[in-house]
Design a protein around this ligand. Structure first.
Ligand code: PXG
Length: 301
């Protein structure tokens, strides 16, 4: 049995606190400035999917912002597993956050002596219902451009998500499920927290790294599945017009998993339901996430 929300135990700097008592200082620079990094991770049936890859990306993000995480990667893996065990979870959504720590009201990170580490694990999160999974979500193309690679690049998974949040607000206002964000040149970059793939004439297309998209772990799994199934994956600049005329399109992310796109700015994509290529990739994905060799087991046997 999974514990109820009120009983959840949250890890903060090595100590477990009940959810209602899990608090961070208002002087923490994660709160004051969005100065920190994070990961969203899932566990399926007792296996934390691609945990090592998420930890590697967390440390790479931290390295890019010159934040020294005071735990080794091995200890961080253990801390995540222990959080799941303490909460008796086998299927979970995990949020791992490392902030610059407590400082003063100036933004200088040198004032922050110790990073804060928070791990939250909740029983599996469902972003979309079955109907959306079959018919596809609706998306709108946002006027908010992705911060470019020489700005607050989303290649770094930082706590600074205002760029995505502005796009999400726009999608909400348009009555759409998600927003597609363009790069500085007007090519497709990604969604607010998902990468994007198009299918055209049996080939997969996805934007290149230079678009400023986060190198997604789900996207890299999808590329491997596509390769295994014999589909070519082409990374190149993609236009909105190409998206309108795609045979299929889908988003990938830890939260969303694999979500077909049914509609873009009111243009129906691929008949407004999940397409055959997306379906085949999704079927493989469902198998892979439950494969113990693709992650780290929570409860060692
Ligand atoms: N792009 C961005 C900007 C992201 O934040 C992805 C792509 C997909 O990456 P992964 O490695 O998850 O395949 C992300 C994912 C959530 C959530 O709860 C996920 C993200 C950020 C915020 C919320 O789904 N990151």
């Amino acid at each position: 049995m999974s514990p109820s929300k009120s009983e959840l135990l949250i890890y903060i700097d090595g100590v477990f606190h009940p959810r209602s008592e899990a608090k961070i200082s208002v002087f923490d620079h994660g709160f004051l400035y969005g100065d920190g990094v994070f990961e969203g991770i899932r566990a399926y049936d007792g296996v934390v999917f691609k945990l090592k890859e998420h930890i590697d990306r967390l440390y790479a993000s931290a390295h890019a912002i010159m934040l020294n995480i005071p735990l080794s990667k091995e200890d961080m893996v253990e801390a995540v597993l222990e959080t799941l065990r303490r909460n008796n979870l086998r299927d979970a959504y995990i949020r791992l956050i490392v902030t610059r720590g407590v400082g003063d009201l100036g933004l200088d990170p040198r004032k922050c002596l110790k990073p804060s580490i928070v791990i939250i694990a909740v029983p599996a999160l469902k972003l979309y219902d079955e109907e959306k999974r079959r018919r596809g979500i609706s998306v709108t193309v946002s006027w908010t451009r992705r911060d470019s690679v020489d700005a607050t690049s989303h290649e770094i998974k930082s706590l600074n998500y205002l760029n995505s949040i502005l796009a999400k607000i726009e999608a909400n206002n348009a009555g759409a499920d998600e927003a597609i964000i363009l790069d500085a040149h007007g090519y497709i970059c990604e969604a607010t927290g998902e990468n994007i793939f198009l299918v055209k004439d049996g080939r997969l297309y996805t934007p290149p790294r230079s678009s400023g998209a986060l190198p997604g772990i789900t996207a890299s799994v999808v590329k491997k599945i596509a390769f295994k199934l014999g589909y070519e994956v082409i990374e190149r600049n993609l236009t909105v017009t190409e998206l309108y005329s795609a045979d299929e399109a889908f988003l990938t992310g830890t939260g969303a998993e694999i979500m077909p796109i049914g509609e873009v700015n009111k243009r129906i994509i691929g008949g407004g339901k999940i397409g055959p290529v997306t379906e085949r990739i999704l079927e493989e994905f469902k198998k892979i996430v439950r494969d113990p060799s693709e992650g780290v087991q929570i409860y060692r046997v």
